[in-house]
Design a protein around this ligand. Structure first.
Ligand code: NI
Ligand code: MN
Length: 240
């Protein structure tokens, strides 16, 4: 039952928001905090972080980005179109505006940007809809070679087999809520395609539209030998 290597801690802040602490650095994935009904009050301000990863431009994945970059100057890794907007329109510094298939090294982590099947847009202050580039996922590779995959918002897709082949993640954070993303049955297929034995379900239960549960994923994936579905509550962590 080894979830994470020694000295690595992963805290679920609710929905798709996670804080990864490793190699003396703090990585915040999909900053949705103040407006996130699942995020415990005492975790809504994560403090200074070294890296922020944004999978896509929907509000429930980046609403608090300006607050987060105001306390410190983290590297902000996201897809090109969103990065250009953050840098050009909002004055965010240290933007790493990359694209899918690429790898960048940030704060000692290798960050691989993967595909995701979803959409990505947001409303500017005046209400107009802005295209946010394509949605993505990330594989975060530690110095030890350990790899954590955050799928972002996505349906299951066959090329998850390529993520297995090329990156072979050790742990996967997968959406299971249904409606906006895959639900438990599809997530079980994602588990098979990715070949992972440790899964942390996310993007469920935040509001009534996201009914998928970790128990349902366990049932759907009961053919996968040795699979551990890590059923965290928001605010809980694994590793340390
Ligand atoms: Ni989304
Ligand atoms: Mn979402």
């Amino acid at each position: 039952m080894t979830h994470l290597p020694d000295g690595v801690k992963l805290t679920w802040l609710g929905h798709a928001t996670f804080l990864l602490e490793a190699q003396g650095k703090r990585v915040l994935i999909d900053p949705w905090l103040r407006g996130n009904p699942a995020c415990p009050d005492d975790l809504k301000d994560p403090g200074p972080v070294d890296v922020v990863l944004i999978t896509h431009a929907h509000n429930d994945h980046m609403q608090d980005i300006m607050d987060v970059v105001s306390s410190g100057e983290p590297a902000v890794v996201c897809i090109v179109e969103l990065g250009d907007w953050l840098e050009g329109k909002k004055g965010v510094k240290n933007v790493v505006a990359m694209n899918k298939g690429g790898t960048t090294e940030v704060a000692g982590f290798k960050i691989h940007m993967t595909d995701a099947k979803h959409s990505s847009s947001f409303n500017d202050d005046d209400g107009s809809v802005i295209y946010g580039g394509e949605p993505a996922g990330f594989v975060i590779e530690l110095e030890t070679g350990f790899k954590l995959y955050h799928a972002g918002d996505t349906s299951v897709f066959g090329d998850m087999a390529l993520i297995k082949k090329l990156l072979a993640p050790d742990i996967a954070l997968l959406p299971i809520g249904d409606f906006y993303t895959m639900g438990p049955r599809s997530a079980a297929e994602a588990v098979r395609l990715l070949g992972v034995k440790t899964v942390v379900p996310m993007h469920f239960g935040t509001f009534p539209l996201l009914p998928g549960t970790p128990d349902e994923l366990r049932k759907e994936a009961d053919d996968v030998s040795g699979l551990e579905v890590v059923d965290l509550k928001p605010g809980e962590a694994i590793g340390g």
